[in-house]
Design a protein around this ligand. Sequence first.
Ligand SMILES: [Zn+2]
Length: 467
Amino acid sequence: MRRAKVPNRRTRFLALLSDARRVKREGFSSLLKKQQSRLESIVSFARTHSPYYRQLYRDLPARIVSPAQLPVTNKPKLMAHFDDWATDPAVTLEQAKRFADNPDLIGTRFLGRYSFATTSGTTGRRGIFLMDDPTLAVRNALLWRAVSDWLNLTDGLQLLGRGLRTAVILATGGHFAGLSGATRNGKGSPWRERAVRVFSVSTPLPELVRGLNAFRPAILVGYATILRLLASEQEGDRLRLEPLLVLPVAEGLTSDEYERLARVFGCKVRTLYAATECLHVAYSCEHGWLHLNSDWLVLEPVDDTYQPVPPGETSHTVLVSNLANYLQPILRYDLGDSVVVRPELCECGNPLPAIRVQGRSADLLRFADTQGQPLALPPLVLSSLADRTPGVELFQLVQTSPTALRLRVMPEAGADPLRVKQTLERELQQLFAAHRLAHVSIEQAEEFPEPSPGGKYRMVIPLPRGG
Ligand SMILES: [Zn+2]
């Protein structure tokens, strides 16, 4: 079958970066204009090339000027219409599942041309997301817009002088986009191979410290929990890094912990707000606000009936429209995060709208580590682990005591339930050991994952606070 033709999509990184920087310089009205025209263009493309959206939008007016005109989508809906959702008819769920479950294919491209990522998010239900090169080019341009905001000229020159060396500490071995897209990048240009090195989150700490000392990264990216351990190694003078920037990914860091990282590593600490469905949501500023990349996405904070929530108030969830991904259009998609939009312009002067992500602490598993230090495990660490365990349809961890978890698993149709459960348990044990949580016990549950009263599945059910 012929591949869909995508209109006016630039893939040149420098052109995208210069556009992104110009839009930000010109301010809010320029931003809205870009957002509006990109929304119109992707909606019209989706209606023409995605049978799912053609059907879903069949009664809508020909011209869409506001995302509020569109019905809401979510992961279960899109996964249920996977083949019809994609704008490339060659994409099928059957092939995607086979690809996801074959570890030999990690780091290769789906159908020879698409980046491939799976995610369980905070719901524990697996989603499969594809990106083409123009989508990744937008993500990269927005990442470098953020980096150029974070670093001053001196930092920037140092960064270049150090070959942009970036260490990314991730749960490797799975198909997931993460921050770096590193699974693919590692097999890209030789330059990238030198500049970006991926370390596995399950590497024993002394080995990780040795590897990082040898690599001497200028930018250090990793899960907040691992960066905390590394900060202790740096304090103990075993780790000797001089990074220009530390980027904790995944949630779960308090402002005290940000300050500690900044103090111990002697550099700026910033973060990104990303989801597999949209890798370029927002980036933080020095005042701790997250600035939305509104030229390439629409983010609508809404209440539980999908009505808009005004700035300053905590939303129930957010609806995201990713304006870059024409392959699998993500339009008015319920991301499940609760946010607050800053009512006035941020004091840092960035004209991009500023938000704070709230309420995710409900999804944090809290333990005391083997040295008695409190440790919160963010959902992303757990979901990425389930993503690389073949055959998991849905899973749920219920904390039954400060040191015990109950594991509920729903295997995919056709998978061997016992094997899936055992593999997942082994992966969890390894992960806990790497986080100094080897004393946390895992008990296999007979029952399947259970929905909360609202009908949604949560991947983790922590002990009630104070309990
Ligand atoms: Zn700001």
